[in-house]
Design a protein around this ligand. Structure first.
Ligand SMILES: C[S@@+](CC[C@H](N)C(=O)[O-])C[C@H]1O[C@@H](n2cnc3c(N)ncnc32)[C@H](O)[C@@H]1O
Length: 319
């Protein structure tokens, strides 16, 4: 029986129950839809590559769901963390795994090309690795250069007519140094903020109390980082999350990066899954300011058509 949209809504609803409050669930849903569209045009099964695949929650779930449309054995997950890859192998034994650094362009070029290349929550780690002990912060120009190099490597792995799917953090546009005033709505929220300000590693966080200890002023840059990291405060994950800046590019920078690599953006969405949690902890007192968009999701097509059978200009997301 052909599987329709309703079937897939139900399938993912059940399968991704544990990911309800994780933004990357949206990446899985969008790429599942993309696979179904591409499979209509492609004679042979689709090959997937995930750079920074971790335990395989993204590529593994997609291959499990679409065994007829994708080739598990021709798909590859790459990560430099051996523990994550071991777990990935246990959960998805058919998938080829490569241990290595995806900023290594030589390694990437040895992998061949793929109809779908996934970069899910991976590039912000490349940016964060640009921390400079001399500066005591991320060296932003050098870190952005590393991100761009890794992006180039990923873009080159996309077969003609294929897609690059990116999901990651989003820098807010506008003046990063604009001062915002916020009020913590309960003692735990304030304590969590103090831990964040003291332990967040990629950038020095500065703030001033205004009037009472529940009200502070801080830059838009630091507010965005605090608010998107707040779900990890008090949890074990904070120990690794405190080392990473989730933000590195704003929307305009993402667009420019895709376009300069010949990748035509077919879908771009910004999203926030934690708005209710944030607004129960913090009120923004500066008029006209709202919580930031947290994630960006981009699906872009390699516009060079090398006879892949995938129509170059089809708008996959209008149906
Ligand atoms: C936040 S996890 C995301 C894992 C997976 N994409 C997911 O969404 O479930 C980021 C992964 O990227 C890997 N990673 C970061 N930088 C890397 C690099 N330069 N080379 C290889 N792997 C890298 C980390 O080891 C980690 O497993």
């Amino acid at each position: 029986m052909p599987k329709n949209g309703e079937f897939w809504d139900f399938y993912w609803e059940v399968r991704l129950q544990a990911m309800q409050d994780l933004g990357k669930r949206e990446a899985i849903l969008a790429v599942s839809k993309l696979i179904r569209k591409l499979a209509k045009h492609k004679g042979s099964p689709l090959r997937l590559l995930e750079l920074g695949c971790g335990e395989g929650q993204i590529i593994g779930a997609l291959l499990d769901a679409h065994p007829q449309d994708c080739s598990v054995t021709a798909s590859v997950g790459l990560d430099y963390n051996s523990h994550s890859l071991e777990k990935c192998h246990r959960d998805y034994p058919g998938l080829q795994l490569v241990q290595g650094d995806f900023t290594d362009l030589q390694l990437l070029s040895s992998l061949g090309q793929f109809e779908i290349v996934l970069l899910v929550n991976a590039l912000h780690e490349v940016f964060s690795a640009g921390y400079s002990p001399e500066l005591g912060e991320v060296d932003v120009p050098a870190a952005k250069q590393r991100v761009r190099q890794a992006f180039t490597g990923a873009a080159e792995r996309v077969a003609p007519g294929g897609y690059l799917a990116l999901f990651d953090g989003l820098e807010t546009p506008g003046d990063a140094w604009e001062q915002l005033r916020i009020r913590f709505l309960h003692p735990q929220a304030r304590d969590d903020f103090l831990v964040f300000a003291c332990e967040y590693h990629p950038f020095r966080v500065s703030y001033q109390e205004v009037g009472d200890s529940y009200c502070v002023e801080l830059s838009r840059r630091d507010f965005t980082r605090y608010i998107t990291k707040s779900i990890f405060l008090g949890k074990q994950l904070w120990q690794s999350e405190r080392l990473e800046s989730y933000q590195y590019y704003n929307e305009a920078e993402f667009r420019a990066c895709f376009e300069s690599h010949g990748l035509m953006i077919q879908e771009l969405r910004t999203l926030t899954v934690n708005y209710d949690k944030w607004s129960s902890a913090v009120a923004i007192e500066t008029p006209g300011v709202d919580f930031p968009a947290e994630h960006i999701l981009i699906l872009a097509q390699n516009s060079v058509d090398g006879g892949s059978g995938i129509p170059e200009t089809e708008q996959y997301f209008n149906t």
